[in-house]
Ligand binder design. Structure first.
Ligand code: PLP
Length: 277
């Protein structure tokens, strides 16, 4: 059963509970996380909660409950939902107060949803996806997983209108990341990805894919990549919690090679992490 959680209670997913003065609604003033549940267990939960704490701190939002309480709510929610496979979205906003840009004197608000997971067609993993390059129009603090996703939404929509599954963003001539993913390239056996500066979200999948590469003796370089470098790579893939490792078949008009040995090795290794946590 899909579930919602707001103001300290689990609720029917369709219950209308968000007050009009909720700052998440008024300003997008909050942070979020997305956690995937496999086999009844929240995958890489600690790393997601670490990032939630970092994001909240960067925006001066004090989490309304302790880490242990948060873990308990997540575990309780998974048990109540009885879902073995699930998508959990968790938001923390600066709370509810009459509209005013200044920080209110209220507690932050936690909400979450636990739903059946979005399904990505197997064909996308076999064939790879089409992508397009687009100017990265976001702000300077993309390392914060903030609720403000307008440029990401616009980029994803523009890509979809061109028949592409992801927009790969470019700032000052260099690849930053996807509209909802991190970007990797393979060239001559080395794995490349954009350095985790403030201009990208340091993906949990990204971090774990990099350690899978280390474990398999695949050299990894965090390096700024030009558009030409990406288009001429041997393999390109994008990563996120929802998609895992998804191969890229096409970037604008450039068609990438059909064989992807390193992507395949890393996909296998990344899936195996589910059994070890
Ligand atoms: C902009 C952006 N970059 C990267 C990612 C990948 O992050 P993660 O692997 O933690 O899901 C996401 C995920 O939603 C994202 O929105």
């Amino acid at each position: 059963m899909e579930l919602g959680y707001y103001n300290g209670k689990f609720r029917d997913i369709n219950e209308n509970v968000i007050p009009i003065d909720e700052r998440g609604h008024q300003f997008g003033d909050g942070v979020y996380e997305f956690i995937r549940v496999y086999d009844g267990k929240p995958f890489l939960l600690n790393q997601h909660l670490d990032r939630l704490e970092r994001s909240a701190k960067a925006l001066f939002i004090k989490l309304p409950i302790t880490r242990t309480e948060l873990e308990t709510i997540i575990q309780e929610g998974i048990a109540k939902s009885e879902l073995q496979e699930a998508d959990i979205y968790l938001q923390v906003t600066r709370g509810i107060a009459p509209r005013n840009h200044l920080f209110p004197d209220t507690d932050a608000q936690l909400s979450l949803t636990i739903r059946n997971p979005r399904q990505i067609p197997e064909q996308a993993y076999e064939e790879g996806i089409s992508t397009m390059l687009l100017e990265d129009e976001r702000w300077a603090n993309c390392y914060i997983k903030s609720l403000n996703l307008l440029p990401n939404i616009l980029a994803k929509q523009a890509a979809a209108q061109k028949g592409c599954k992801e927009a790969i963003l470019v700032k000052n001539g260099y690849i930053t990341e996807g509209s909802s993913s991190n970007v990797f390239a393979v060239k001559n056996g080395t794995l490349y990805t954009t350095p985790a500066t403030k201009h990208i979200l340091c993906g949990i999948t990204r971090t774990n894919v990099m350690s899978c590469a280390h474990d398999h003796d695949i050299p990894v370089r965090e390096q700024h990549m030009t558009m030409a470098f990406l288009k001429e790579a041997d393999e390109v893939f994008v990563t996120s919690t929802s998609i895992g490792i998804l191969p890229v078949a096409k970037i604008d008009q450039a068609v990438l090679p059909l064989t992807r040995p390193i992507t395949q090795r890393l996909s296998k290794a990344y899936k195996q992490l589910r059994n070890v946590q």
